[in-house]
Design a protein around this ligand. Sequence first.
Ligand code: CS2
Length: 467
Amino acid sequence: MTFLSRATLSGLPATVETPAGRPALKTGIVHFGPGAFHRAHQAAHIDRLLTDDPRWGIAAVSLRTRGTVDALAAQDGLYTLAIRDAQPSLRVIGAHSAFLGPEDAAQTAALLADPAVRLVTSTVTEKGYCLAPDGTLDLSHSDIVHDLAGAGTPRSVVGWIVLGLAARRAAGAAPFTVMPCDNLADNGRKLHAALVAYAGQSDEELAAWIETQVAVPCTMVDSITPASDAGFLSELTAQLGLADAAAVQREAFAQWVVEDLGIDFGPDLKAAGVILTSDVAAWERAKLRILNGAHSSIAYLGLLRGAASVAEAMQDAALARFADAMVRNEIQPFVGTVPGLDLDQYRADVLQRFRNPAIVHRLEQIAIDGSQKIPYRLGDSLAANRAAGVLPRHIVTATAGWVVFLHERARTGTPIADPHAAVIAERAADNDAPAFARALAERDIGLSRAMLADAALMAALEQAVQA
Ligand code: CS2
């Protein structure tokens, strides 16, 4: 089987856009977590800059497994981005300049210390930041405990970034900018505080330097990117006439909003298609609560109703109506205004994107790591409603959907993909579903302990779980 590489690039069908003829890349960005979302989103943006300005190649660093970086390296960093939408297209991305796995710690450290690297970005999922339920660094997290002990190379992205920043400071060099690109509200603020807290455990001066000298903008990232499953890869092989082990697929829509801190990020992000705004929080709120809130609701309720993909769940008229009513009546009123965004239109567009027939986005993929997602996606809207004295029945039902989903999985011995899976299974075994909901809240797992003091809310949740 022939794979995509620089040598085979010219054999691709003429309809495929390629970076052929591009000058050799230098590394100006280090990225932790080169999964499908990064390759389909950030790398596709940065790729647009590189023909004219090859300084901003991305070093892909994978902290857990080598699979992706090896596949990328074997293909000279080239891979296909398949746009699956009303107007499908194929484009080869060539934005990566280095491929580093867990064993390549020395090279990763050297790049972080190199002043040519201006930006350190991450897509490590919500749980990758090792935060406690209150959003601060979880100092009892096993990776953080390991990294703070200082024996061996860091396991956490927080540990790695602080290591890199410490090297910059020791050399009297300017810091790099840190840019988290995961679906957490206030992601920049939270990561910045986590870096300061981590550094402060051993070096107060470094912590103060990170606090005052390092920029960590908040970001909002958006593009529906289903996992690259075997079906997609084999279909693509037929289209390309060769194999591509690092290919990704996504919808046409892609948005990357970055907090405008009035600083030079290095690469010209605006030219890469990034929206720079001082009000990223409003964009984040709209996206996390409307898109991701509806996504997770549809995932859990859809799975309980026997659907497998988002598009299939949207064919379930009752579920589609539920999602629309929840967003319209219970989420949108508490999002606030987003300059330049019409929320009614946004809701309609998002639900339309969910119906994209060209994409098979498995509900199981979205259902992963619910304890890390529910607080931002549904919990914040729930709290906003309660603060206004409203009991939002749809959000309560969607939250109950998550609880019942977990309870059923645990009861039938089906594996649960969640960092709290062990406790979840244990609590589910000992309790009926309503008591299980309470047990989750008591432990701040997905639900918040504060909910327990809200008798009307707990009664509604227990009732919804029962139903
Ligand atoms: C999804 C998101 O997997 C999930 O949890 O809700 O990855 C979603 O597809 C993206 O945030 C869309 O931008």
